[in-house]
Each structure stands twice: as C-alpha cells, then as structure tokens.
Ligand binder design. Structure first.
Ligand code: PAF
Length: 284
C-alpha cells in the first residue's frame, strides 16, 4: 500500500492506477464502520481496480467552538487498517497542501445544507463540500463511498457532484452499528462509560418512533424517547423527504421515502443518527 502526501505524488499514482478508482474519504480515527466502507470499495474495485482512502481532518468543517484540536488522530492504526482491508493507497495530505496559503475559494451547496445539522453547525457543509470537491479533483475517482449515518452529508455530496458535473458515482453505505445499535462514529470514543450506556437509547428511540403513524407523532415520540432514554433533549428531530431533505408537515402523508434524522449531545459528545422510512401508501 502506498502512502501519498502531496498532490504531485497522488497525480503520478493516479495516472497509472487501474480503473475503476474508488475513493473512501475519511477524517481518520478509523473504526469498523470505515473498515466496512473500505471493504465495499475493494469489492466495487474488484481485484484489478484501485482503492484509495483519504485521511484528512478537515479544518474548514469545524466551527470555532468545535472539537478540531481534540479530534482523535490515530494515523499508525489507520494505515494498518487500510492495508489490512486491501486499500491500494492512502492520501494523507497536510492542511497547507489542501488549503494553500492565500486561497479564497469555497464550495457551498445552498439548499440541502441549511436545515438539520447545517442549522446547528453554520459553515460545516461548506467545509465538507470544499474538501470533498478538492479530493474529487485530486484523485479523480470513478466512485466515492460515504456512510449513511451522515445522511445529510451524503445527500449534499450527491447534489454537489450532480450540480458541478463531477463525473463519478456517489455510493451510500448502510450505517454500521455496535451490538446495542449505536451507530459507529470516531466521536464515540469521547463517551465515558455512563454516557456510552445512555447513548444506546438514541438509535432505539428513532427506530421505535418510526413506527408511529404520521410525521407529527413520529417526531414527538422520538423527542420524548431520546430525552428520557439518553437524559438529554435532542438538538433536533426532523422527518424530512429523503431526497430534498424538506421537512414534512405534522400531518403530511408518508407517500415518498423519508428520513427521521436527529442529533443529541450526551455530555460533550454530539451524536447524529437517522432511520429511513419507506413510503406508506394510503389504505383503500
Ligand atoms: O464524513 C467525514 O469523515 C468527513 O465529513 C469527510 C467526508 C471525509 C470530509 O472531510
């Protein structure tokens, strides 16, 4: 497995990399969820294609009071995992390589990014779109794989790729969960033992609430169950259209795919999760 630090090295590697080239963008601190993405990339690339994992803690997607400084950095273990799971190369640039001094250009998706996490974390998705666009331009993959835990991110990246004519496929990968249902996340390691126990109530609350009849009942039940189960009121709970991310009115019919998405802060750790809802056709 090659480790690439600069754009020049990556361009040279890319120029002779057998197709298809599949990218797994990450911020490192890799866990079993990332391993599943790399495995899926390997399966998609086949024996002859190329899997590239990017590892870059992207400063522009962190707000001023967020956890950029303390975000876990575990490069040695990350490289080991990439190699074990069959990556051909890891692109691990410096911040200066990705954001050369004097740069002043950002990529901003202006619709899907405004609600849900975007409303809580102004500028977050502008940072995500900017770095992902740079990764696409540097690595020129045929496809890139993103986890569905970050459902809004996946929808925004799809939209950005479509709108800016990036010639690649965006693949969503099902959320990988711990045995008790907690979605795997690099930030789970911030949770202490008590917080970790309470965190398991979060996905359970979403799955239970998703059984209710209409959007109003679903959101109300999710809010109550998250608050009771985790001991923290959610930052948001929203039922949105799966494609446009437009919020559904309390009595709207569930006739298109929808997503119940929520964020909750347990102690200092912010967790997000979501449940997909299949369309329910009106009974006749
Ligand atoms: O999901 C992540 O880890 C990051 O937001 C991404 C897509 C690698 C961009 O920094």
């Amino acid at each position: 497995m090659r480790t690439l630090g600069t754009m020049a090295e990556t361009a040279a590697f890319q120029a002779t990399a057998p197709s298809p080239v599949i990218l797994v963008p990450t911020m490192g601190a890799l866990h079993a969820g990332h391993a599943a993405l790399i495995d899926a990339a390997r399966a998609r690339a086949g024996r002859n294609g190329t899997v590239i994992v990017s590892i870059f803690v992207n400063p522009t997607q962190f707000g001023p009071n967020e956890d950029l400084a303390k975000y876990p950095r575990t490069m040695e273990a990350d490289l080991e995992m990439c190699s074990t799971h069959g990556a051909d190369a890891v692109f691990a640039p410096t911040a200066d390589e990705m954001y050369p001094p004097g740069d002043s250009t950002f990529v901003d998706e202006t619709k899907l990014s405004r609600g849900l996490c975007g409303a809580q974390r102004p500028g977050h998705f502008r940072g995500v779109c900017t770095v992902v666009a740079k990764l696409f331009n540097i690595i020129r993959p045929d496809a890139a794989i993103f986890g569905e835990k970050d459902y809004q991110q996946l929808a925004i990246v799809r939209r950005m790729a479509r709108d800016l004519f990036f010639n690649l496929e965006i693949i969503g990968h099902p959320t990988v969960r711990e045995a008790d249902g907690l979605a795997m996340s690099s930030r789970n390691r911030y949770l202490d033992a008590d917080e970790r126990k309470r965190a398991a109530a979060f996905p359970a609350a979403l799955s239970t609430a998703a059984q209710e009849n209409d959007p109003g009942q679903i959101m109300a039940k999710a809010t109550a169950l998250i608050t009771n189960g985790t001991g923290s009121a959610p930052q948001y709970v929203e039922l949105v259209d799966a494609e446009t991310l437009a919020p559904l009115a309390p009595l709207a019919a569930l006739e298109r795919p929808a997503v119940l998405a929520a964020a909750v802060k347990i102690g200092e750790t912010r967790l997000i999760d979501n449940v997909r809802l299949a369309p329910r056709h009106a009974k006749v």
